[in-house]
Design a protein around this ligand. Structure first.
Ligand code: FAD
Length: 406
């Protein structure tokens, strides 16, 4: 059973179903309702700025995520052929730019690390930046270029995987929430609450809710920021925290920007979508709404004016011409992070049969998590999948789950 119909859940259901298994996927709303439908769509395979900010970020964490990125390049490159569908994937290259001498040093160290990890990243100087991307600021001193980077349309990926999973035989339940999850002996039982169809004729009577119990031999929690709640239903800790972020999109323009643009020292990502709009993001905070005792995941976070201004300033300083583009819309979304910023993917040692895949940059790495966790669930080349996902294993929370009696 798969809980969550974001990119990770839908892609996992597809892998599991096409391998001939009985798969149920429950999604509380509609496919892509969570972060998968709200994100920037960047396929960023260079070591992320947020790792570079951490002490030793070029060390273990950067190295391990670079290893996953190498596999993710292959996964995204082959996705449209494997699925036989157009997913609006553009992998024309990505530039991570620097404005200061210190940032250039960081780029050089990063590229050396990435090359050692088998990622093809080069450092280009200011003249070469201008030759390749004359719309970037002449103040940019250098950039790291990676030919495989790019972007995809976040709005269509989860729905497309969901449809593919359904065609492969998975049973997909949308508008269906898991409200209880327990392990009894060798199997799991879950309570599913499905909202009935809306009453016809504008009736004010609430839609009926249907409740059913299902059992499953194995369960995959891939419920984004809600994953912590699902793990708690099973009696386990999964320390994921909400990171509320900000996104912006400009009016449409003729195609001029083939690359993904990121900044090594500032929160910035820019890309031009197929329709011509430029998406501007980069991890600027928004503000979570709160209930009496906890964060409210049901409401989109509130925009923060300083984030909006800071994000657009970084964009203009990197690509001065963008100042003439009208801003069409800004929105917010919630993604999930762990304290060590690394994703969580794999089986809980404390509860065999229970798997999770959540957190991190799971748009870029989502198809890879789905493929590798599905291999763990199916016990196919398990040792290799375990080794590749070891950096993300929920085993690192065993010190917490060791206190949790079952
Ligand atoms: C603004 C923003 C920009 C981002 N930009 C990027 C980017 O450019 N590149 C990148 O790699 N990553 C990016 N991310 C992160 C990325 O979007 C997420 O890591 C990824 O989409 C997570 O996918 P998921 O399938 O794990 O979770 P989600 O997409 O959050 O899906 C979880 C699903 O579980 C469902 N669910 C929850 N509880 C239950 C329940 N009890 N029962 C049934 N269903 C349930 C939810 O409704 C939801 O649809 C960004 C995130 C945000 C918010």
């Amino acid at each position: 059973m798969v809980i969550g119909g974001g990119l990770v859940g839908a892609a996992s259901a597809w892998h599991l179903a096409r391998a001939g298994n009985h798969v149920w996927l429950a999604e509380q709303a509609s496919p892509g309702h969570g972060a998968s439908g709200q994100n920037a769509g960047s396929l960023h395979f260079q070591i992320e700025r947020r790792f570079l900010e951490r002490e030793g970020g070029l060390g273990y964490e950067g190295e391990q995520t670079a290893r996953l990125s190498r596999i993710a390049v292959e996964d995204w490159s082959s996705l449209e052929t494997t699925m036989d569908i157009d997913l609006n994937i553009h992998m024309n290259g990505g530039l991570m730019v620097a404005h200061s001498a210190a940032e250039v040093e960081l780029l050089e160290a990063k590229a050396a690390r990435e090359q050692a990890m088998g990622l093809s990243v080069e450092t280009i100087d200011a003249a070469e930046v201008q030759r390749r991307a004359p719309y970037l600021s002449p103040d940019i001193l250098a950039a790291n270029f990676m030919a495989a980077e790019g972007h995809a349309d976040a709005r269509i990926i989860a729905p497309t995987f969901t449809q593919a999973a359904r065609s492969a035989g998975a049973r997909i339940f949308t508008g269906t929430r898991i409200t209880a999850l327990r392990k009894h002996g060798g199997h799991f039982s879950a309570t599913m609450e499905s909202r009935g169809p809306a009453q016809a004729g504008g009736s004010s009577r609430p839609a009926k809710t249907e409740t059913r119990r299902i059992t499953a031999a194995k369960v995959l929690i891939c419920s984004g920021i809600w994953s912590r709640q699902l793990a708690a239903m099973a009696g386990l800790h999964l320390p994921l925290f909400p990171a509320p972020l900000t996104m912006n999109v400009t009016q449409r323009r003729d195609p001029f920007l083939p690359y993904l643009i990121q900044h090594v020292g500032r929160r910035l990502s820019m890309k031009q979508a197929s329709a011509g709009n430029v998406l501007i993001g980069g991890g600027w905070p928004s503000r979570m709404w709160r209930n009496e005792h906890e964060f409210d995941f049901t409401r989109p976070p509130a925009l923060v004016a300083e984030s909006l201004a800071g994000n657009l300033k970084a964009a203009v300083e990197t690509m001065p011409g963008i100042v003439d583009f009208d801003l069409l819309r800004s929105w917010t979304g919630i993604t999930a992070v762990t304290q060590d910023q690394l994703p969580v993917a794999g089986e809980f040692p404390a509860m065999p049969g229970l798997f999770c895949a959540a957190g991190g940059s799971a748009f870029t790495l989502g198809p890879t998590f789905a493929r590798l966790v599905s291999r763990q669930i199916l016990e196919q080349d398990r040792a290799e999948a375990d080794a590749l996902l070891s950096v993300a294993s929920p085993a690192r929370f065993e010190s917490l789950n060791g206190f949790m009696g079952q």
